[in-house]
Design a protein. Structure first.
Length: 283
């Protein structure tokens, strides 16, 4: 019973995601949302990453990234001794030589809040880091931050969002692997469940200087509360990848790091984003 309660509490506390708090000029009310421990039948849906090398991972923690969201990323990365995880403030992301890292992770929260948290210097530094071969992993708010249709965004993924109305709500939704997703995430047959919390509904954008993104998984069900568009989430990308310069970009609209059975999905994205071993990594 204590173990069950522990799991229920952990999978409840990840914060509400948003691109910005501008929709209807009203901050959404945070309600307790419990993800059952057996949501995926007590099975490990996504297997451990097969290819792992020593990497250094920076996880953003600051405005726009609630501590619960940061903790969720740290928790799913902790089992991997190959990954050294370092918490980075917004100021550090704007001032440090990021080439010391292999991957940067921007967790759930508020995309515009994270943008303000790292400032113009941080946005520039992250773009240069990824463009020069670094990896980027964005979860929910971090996925919004990667998009190209926001003035405050990084613009490192050739994707936009289908509507400015983002308060779709929280739900357990069905995902299905694409053929392109199988080499990266594993050959998972049929549907599996994921926690969704206002993440971006991605659509191809109009950048001519960036390649199209590749969907790894697709939403097969949707939630559309608060007068948000109906029928746009099904068949849209839940996880997707792209490239920016020499770097790799991995984004997730929903929260696999907060879903029992999917704990290995974000680590797989992190190790993929790290790419091949660099010739030299600063200490």
């Amino acid at each position: 019973m204590k173990t069950l309660l522990k799991h229920l509490l952990f999978f409840t506390v990840i914060g509400v995601c948003s691109p910005t708090l501008a929709q209807d000029e009203e901050k959404p009310k945070t309600t307790k949302f419990v993800v059952p421990p057996d949501v995926n039948g007590n099975k490990t849906v996504i297997a451990l990453p097969e290819t792992r090398r020593p990497i250094k991972v920076g996880v953003y923690s600051g405005p726009g990234a609630p501590q619960s969201s940061v903790d969720a990323v740290v928790k799913v990365m902790k089992p991997f001794t190959e990954a050294t995880t370092v918490i980075l403030s917004g100021e550090e992301i704007g001032t440090l030589n990021l080439s010391a890292y292999d991957v940067l992770v921007f967790p759930g929260g508020s995309g515009s809040g994270q943008s303000k948290g790292i400032g113009e210097a941080g946005l520039k530094n992250v773009r240069e880091f990824v463009g020069n071969g670094g990896g980027y992993v964005g979860i929910c708010a971090g996925a919004y931050l990667a998009c190209s249709n926001f003035s405050w965004g990084l613009g490192i993924l050739n994707a936009g969002t289908v509507s400015s109305k983002w308060r779709r709500g929280q739900a357990i939704l069905d995902l299905e692997m694409t053929e392109a997703g199988k080499p990266l995430l594993g050959d998972v047959p049929g549907f599996f469940k994921v926690r969704y919390n206002n993440g971006p509904i991605l659509k191809p954008w109009t950048r001519t200087d960036l390649p199209a993104y590749t969907p790894l998984t697709l939403f097969r069900t949707e939630v559309a509360k608060n007068d948000t568009p109906v029928g746009v989430q099904v068949n849209s990308a839940a996880q997707a990848v792209g490239t920016f310069g020499k770097g790799r970009v991995f984004v997730s609209s929903p929260h696999p790091e907060g879903t029992p059975g999917l704990e290995n999905l974000i680590p797989r994205g992190v190790f993929w984003a790290a790419g091949e071993k660099k010739e030299a990594v600063l200490p």
